[in-house]
Ligand binder design. Structure first.
Ligand SMILES: NC(=O)c1ccc[n+]([C@@H]2O[C@H](COP(=O)([O-])OP(=O)(O)OC[C@H]3O[C@@H](n4cnc5c(N)ncnc54)[C@H](OP(=O)(O)O)[C@@H]3O)[C@@H](O)[C@H]2O)c1
Length: 331
C-alpha cells in the first residue's frame, strides 16, 4: 500500500483526494472492515466483468444488492454463489435494458424504498457500425449515458430518501479523446467512428456526475471513475486485428492480458471505493482512477490518464443535463 504524493486538481482548486490503496488493490480490499448491512445498492450490468466483482464486494460487506441486467438469467450463478456466503447481504436480479426507456421506466416504477448506492456500470464499447435505438439514439450513447441518466433521475426520490446516497459512474480513459458533441451527438452529420462514439458516451458519464451537484442538498454525492484495462466481455465487438493491435491476442488467436491489465476484481476496486468507503464520505463531482482522484488534463497534453477538462466543465454538465432531460421528454 502506498500513498500518493499530494497533487493539485488545478491551480485554483483543492488538493486531490488520495487513498492508501494502490492500482492493484482489489474490490474487497478497499472496503475491508466496512459493514454495509442495511444499505441498498443497484449495480447495472452486474452480471459480468467489473460489475459482477462490484456486486460481490458490496454483498460480501453486507449490502442488499440488486443486479440490474438485461439478461437476468446470466446473473443467477452469482446470486446462488452469494446466497451461500456467510454474512453476505441478499442479492437479487431485476430486468433492465438501458437502451430501452420503457425498460428503464419499469425498473424505476418497480423500485421500492430508499436507495443508498447506484453504480452505473453497464456499458458497451466500439460498436463497429452506427446503430440506433428505437428512439433514433446512437446505441452507445443510449446505453452508456442516456439510459443511466434516465435511471438516476428516475431513482432520484429514492436516492434522496436514503439521506446520504452515492452515485458512481463507471467511465473510461476513452473519454479523453471525445468531448460531448452537442451539435451531433448521434452522428447524423459527422462520419460515425466507434471509438469517438464510445468516448463521447464516457465523457457524458463524467458530466453526469458533475451535473448531479444539483442534488448535493439531498445528501447525494456522485463520482466517476476509470477502472483501468480489464479483459471482459466488453471487447466482444473488437475484431481480431484490433485485439492484436492492442497486444492482447497472439497469432494463434489466444487472448492474454498485458502486464498492466487488471483482473476484474482489481478493475472493480475504484467503483467499490467510491460506492462505499468512508474515506470518500462527502466527496462529490470527482473522477478517480487506480483508487486515487485523477488530475484535470488538457487535450494539448495528449494525456493517457487523468480527466479531461471538457468532462468536468460545469457549464457543459448543465447543458448536457438539459439536453438529456429534453431528449427523454421527446417521444
Ligand atoms: N474492461 C475494460 O477494460 C474497461 C475499461 C474502461 C471502462 N470500462 C467500463 O467498465 C464497465 C463494465 O464493463 P466490463 O469491462 O465489465 O464489461 P462487461 O463484462 O461486458 O460488462 C458490461 C455489462 O453491461 C451490460 N449491458 C450492456 N448493454 C446493456 C444494456 N442495454 N442494458 C443493460 N445492461 C447492459 C452487459 O450485459 P450483457 O451481458 O447482457 O451484454 C454487461 O453485464 C463498462 O461501463 C465499461 O465501459 C471497462
Amino acid at each position: 500500500m502506498t500513498t500518493n504524493t499530494p497533487a493539485t486538481r488545478n491551480a485554483a482548486d483543492h488538493p486531490l483526494h488520495t487513498t492508501p490503496f494502490t492500482a492493484r488493490a482489489d474490490a474487497r480490499e478497499v472496503i475491508e472492515g466496512v459493514d454495509l448491512t442495511g444499505r441498498r445498492a443497484v449495480v447495472t450490468g452486474g452480471a459480468s466483468g467489473i460489475g459482477a466483482e462490484t456486486v460481490r464486494a458490496l454483498a460480501e460487506a453486507g449490502a442488499e444488492v440488486t443486479v440490474a441486467t438485461r439478461r437476468p438469467e446470466t446473473a443467477e450463478p452469482l446470486v446462488r454463489e452469494l446466497a451461500a456466503v456467510d454474512g453476505a447481504g441478499p442479492v437479487r436480479t431485476a430486468p433492465l435494458d438501458l437502451s430501452d426507456l420503457t425498460s428503464v421506466d419499469a425498473f424505476v416504477r418497480n423500485w421500492r424504498g430508499p436507495l443508498d448506492i447506484l453504480v452505473a456500470n453497464a456499458g458497451i464499447m466500439a460498436l463497429p457500425e452506427r446503430t440506433l435505438t428505437s428512439r433514433g439514439w446512437e446505441t452507445q450513447l443510449a446505453t452508456n449515458y442516456l439510459g443511466h441518466f434516465a435511471l438516476a433521475t428516475g431513482l432520484h426520490p429514492s436516492l434522496r430518501a436514503a439521506g446520504s446516497a452515492r452515485i458512481v459512474a463507471v467511465s473510461s480513459g476513452a473519454h479523453l479523446n471525445a468531448p460531448f458533441d452537442f451539435d451531433d451527438p448521434h452522428f447524423e452529420h459527422r462520419p460515425y467512428d466507434p471509438w469517438t462514439a464510445y468516448g463521447q458516451s464516457k465523457s457524458a458519464g463524467v458530466l453526469l456526475v458533475a451535473g448531479a451537484r444539483r442534488w448535493a442538498a439531498d445528501g447525494i454525492t456522485a463520482n466517476a471513475l476509470n477502472p483501468g484495462y480489464v479483459l471482459t466481455n466488453l471487447q466482444r465487438h473488437l475484431d481480431d486485428d484490433t485485439m492484436r493491435a492492442f497486444g492482447v491476442m497472439d497469432d494463434d488467436g489466444n487472448v492474454t492480458p498485458l502486464p498492466y491489465y487488471k483482473t476484474p476484481a482489481q478493475g472493480a476496486a475504484t467503483s467499490v471505493l467510491l460506492a462505499a468507503s468512508p474515506l470518500l464520505e462527502g466527496v462529490t463531482g470527482r473522477y478517480f482512477e487506480d483508487n486515487q482522484e485523477a488530475p484535470i488534463v488538457t487535450d494539448a497534453e495528449d494525456p493517457t490518464g487523468g480527466v479531461a477538462a471538457h468532462a468536468v466543465d460545469p457549464a457543459a454538465a448543465d447543458r448536457l443535463w438539459e439536453y438529456a432531460t429534453q431528449a427523454l421528454r421527446t417521444p
